[in-house]
Design a protein around this ligand. Structure first.
Ligand SMILES: [Zn+2]
Length: 387
C-alpha cells in the first residue's frame, strides 16, 4: 500500500486513485487505434493549450517524408525520464495513454498527486517516433526499415532523433513503449494483456545498477497492474538484441523498461491495455518520487512467465472435414489476420488439428458442421463468419 502525504491530502490507494483518474482523464480524440499523425498533433496542441504552460511542445526533427516528430515535456524535477512510443507505426496504444497522462498531470484537481510528482521529475515524451509508418499503419519506416533494429547504425532520421534526444537529456529512466504480437502467458491459454522487460545490456544478460533499477520499475508496474489483470502479464523475450533501442539505452545508462501492450478478448481498440499503460507508468514513476523504487525488489517481475504463442484471432472448434469415401476427420481450425502487431483482412487458415492447448480471441463451436477439404486450405483466406 502506498501512502502519499502532501499537506492535508492523502492518497491511500494509488491503484484505485489512478483507476478513477484514468476514467476521468481518458481523452476522446482517438475513436480507433489506427489514426493519422495529424490527429495526435491536434490533440497535443489542445492539451498544451489547456495546461497553463505546464506542457511544452517542440519539434525534435522530421521523419524521412517530412512529418514533424514532437518532443513533449512536462515537469521541472531534477530526474529526467524519457518515454518514447510508436517507433513501430502500427503500435499506437501507449501513444494514446501518453495523451491521457498529459490530460491528467496538469489538472489542478489532481494536484495532491501531480504537485510532488512534477517537482521531482521532468517527463520527456516522444509520442510518435515513426509518423510515416503511422500514416500507413505499418510497422516499418518509409524506408522499409525496422527502426528498432537501427539503434546502432542510425541510418534512419527517426532513429537519429531518438538517439540525439537521449544524448542531450541523459535521462535516468526510460520507457520503451510498444504493442506486441498476439501472445499467451507462458504455456497457458491466457492471452497476455501486457508484457514487460528490463532489457539486457549484454549477451550474458548480466545485471548492473542501471538494469536493476529498470527491474524495480517493472516490479512496481507488475504489482500495480497485476491487480487489474491477474495472470495476464508476461515477460517479453529477453535475448540480447544490440540493434534494438531498449538494449542500447540500457547500455547507455538509461534504466529502460520495455512495455508491450497486448490483447484482451472483446477489446479490439485496446482500451484496457491503454489504461494499464496509464496506471503502470504513473505508479512506477511514483515509486521513484517516493524513494520506494530501490526497495521494490524483483520477485514479481522475475516470476512472470515469458510470452507464449498459443493464441489465434479465431478458433473454430470441432468441425468435420469430409475427405470422401467415408473419411471424415474432426479438427479445430486456427484462423489469423495478424500482420505484425495489427489485424488485416482477409483472415487466413493457419493451423488445423487438435488446438485444445490454444485459445482464440474469438471461439466458435462448429460441432456438427461438415466442410469440404477445398474450404480448409492452410494459408488460404477462411471466411469463418459464414460458418
Ligand atoms: Zn514494437
Amino acid at each position: 500500500v502506498y501512502i502519499i502525504l502532501r499537506g492535508e491530502n492523502m492518497i491511500s490507494n494509488i491503484n484505485s486513485y489512478l483507476e478513477s483518474a484514468y476514467q476521468a482523464c481518458r481523452v476522446g480524440a482517438f475513436p480507433e487505434r489506427k489514426f493519422q499523425p495529424g490527429i495526435l498533433d491536434a490533440e497535443l496542441t489542445r492539451l498544451a493549450e489547456k495546461s497553463r504552460g505546464l506542457i511544452r511542445i517542440h519539434t525534435a526533427g522530421n521523419s524521412f517524408e517530412g512529418r514533424p516528430i514532437r518532443h513533449v515535456a512536462i515537469g521541472t524535477g531534477p530526474v529526467s525520464v524519457l518515454l518514447w512510443s510508436q517507433m513501430h507505426g502500427d503500435e499506437s496504444t501507449a501513444t494514446m495513454a501518453i495523451c491521457d497522462i498529459l490530460n491528467f498531470l496538469p489538472d489542478p484537481g489532481y494536484s495532491e498527486f501531480s504537485g510532488k510528482f512534477l517537482s521531482a521529475l521532468t517527463l520527456h515524451f516522444i509520442p510518435m517516433l515513426n509518423p510515416d509508418g503511422a500514416a500507413r499503419f505499418q510497422r516499418r519506416t518509409a524506408h522499409g526499415i525496422d527502426m528498432n533494429r537501427d539503434a546502432r547504425l542510425l541510418r534512419t532520421p527517426e532513429a537519429r532523433i531518438l538517439a540525439s534526444i537521449r544524448a542531450d537529456l541523459k535521462p535516468a529512466l526510460g520507457f520503451n513503449l510498444h504493442d506486441q504480437e498476439l501472445s499467451t502467458v507462458g504455456s497457458s491459454r491466457d492471452i497476455t494483456a501486457i508484457a514487460l522487460l528490463a532489457p539486457a545490456f549484454d549477451a550474458s544478460r548480466s545485471d548492473n545498477d542501471v538494469r536493476l533499477r529498470a527491474k524495480h520499475l517493472a516490479e512496481v508496474f507488475a504489482g500495480t497492474v497485476g491487480k487489474i489483470v491477474p495472470g495476464r502479464m508476461a515477460k517479453y523475450d529477453d535475448s540480447f538484441e544490440p540493434r534494438a533501442f531498449g538494449d542500447m539505452m540500457q547500455s547507455w545508462g538509461v534504466s529502460t523498461l520495455l512495455v508491450e501492450s497486448g490483447h484482451v478478448p472483446g477489446d479490439p481498440e485496446k482500451n484496457l491495455p491503454r489504461k494499464l499503460n496509464f496506471i503502470g507508468i504513473l505508479a512506477s514513476l511514483q515509486a521513484m518520487v517516493d524513494g520506494n523504487l530501490n526497495s521494490a525488489g524483483t520477485r514479481l517481475y522475475d516470476s512472470l512467465p515469458f510470452n507464449g504463442k498459443r493464441a489465434y484471432d479465431v478458433i473454430v472448434r470441432n468441425v468435420q472435414v469430409d475427405f470422401g469415401g467415408g473419411n471424415v476427420v474432426g479438427m479445430d481450425l486456427g484462423i489469423s489476420a495478424q500482420v505484425d502487431t495489427h489485424s488485416e483482412p482477409p483472415a487466413k487458415l493457419v493451423d488445423c488439428g487438435d488446438l485444445s492447448t490454444f485459445v482464440g480471441m474469438v471461439e466458435v463451436d462448429a460441432a456438427g458442421k461438415l466442410l469440404p477439404p477445398a474450404l480448409c486450405q492452410l494459408g488460404a483466406p477462411f471466411a469463418w463468419e459464414k460458418l
